[in-house]
Ligand binder design. Structure first.
Ligand SMILES: [Zn+2]
Length: 213
């Protein structure tokens, strides 16, 4: 198998790494440039969990996947944490953060939806991102509900246990926009993002675990 980022034959990896991370489609060298860490903090009282500190290597892989449309990379973001995520969020339904329609059309696939497939958990796509034209066509009532450019589509009943999902949390504005559409007291809400910007690591209640835990 060839590494999806550098093209190196992954059989040349040291055997122990391949033994533990058999399904990793990145080679050990590329993977070691990602800053893997179990991260936990709160944003507006909602618990947030991440698996990587957002760094250059993560960013360039995400760019390759999202902006260059390299669909083959879909599993590399979560593949080392599938069991952890499934256990931690057992019974939760994943709610994807919205992409702008224009970007999605250009890309030709829903990058978050593909990223989550490997988790085999229920997935909903209940939010929409407004852009100028979408906003104009919205009903007045929907426009009033719109905060942070994110709206909840009509007629999408939300489950009790909700896992808001995004690739990376930087400012948190997208996730806050999604949260503003729901009554968090009526749901059990958690947030998972594959990576978190390091500024979130300064927040209280952070918990870091060792790399291979
Ligand atoms: Zn590589």
């Amino acid at each position: 198998m060839r590494c999806l980022m550098c093209g190196k034959d992954t059989l040349s990896d040291r055997s122990l790494y391949r033994l533990f991370f058999l399904d990793d489609q990145l080679c050990m060298d590329c993977r070691s440039q990602w800053h893997r860490q179990r991260i936990e903090f709160r944003m507006d009282q909602i618990p947030v969990y991440s698996s990587y500190v957002y760094n250059e290597a993560f960013a360039s892989c995400l760019l390759q996947y999202k902006e260059c449309g390299d669909e083959a990379l879909k599993d590399v973001f979560l593949c080392l944490d599938i069991d952890y995520i499934r256990r931690k969020f057992h019974g939760y339904t994943i709610l994807l953060m919205p992409s702008s329609e224009e970007k999605m059309q250009k890309r030709g696939f829903s990058h978050l939806s593909l990223m989550c497939e490997c988790l085999h958990m229920p997935i909903l796509n209940p939010f929409a991102k407004k852009d100028g034209s979408e906003q104009k066509s919205l009903h007045v009532r929907d426009r009033q509900r719109m905060i942070h450019d994110i709206i909840l589509k009509d007629d999408v009943p939300l489950p009790r246990k909700i896992l808001l999902f995004d690739d990376v949390i930087t400012t948190g504005s997208t996730l806050k926009g999604a949260l503003s559409n729901m009554d968090a007291s009526r749901h059990s809400v958690r947030i998972y993002t594959a990576a978190a910007h390091e500024k979130w690591l300064q927040k209280p209640m952070r918990r870091h675990f060792s790399r291979h835990q």
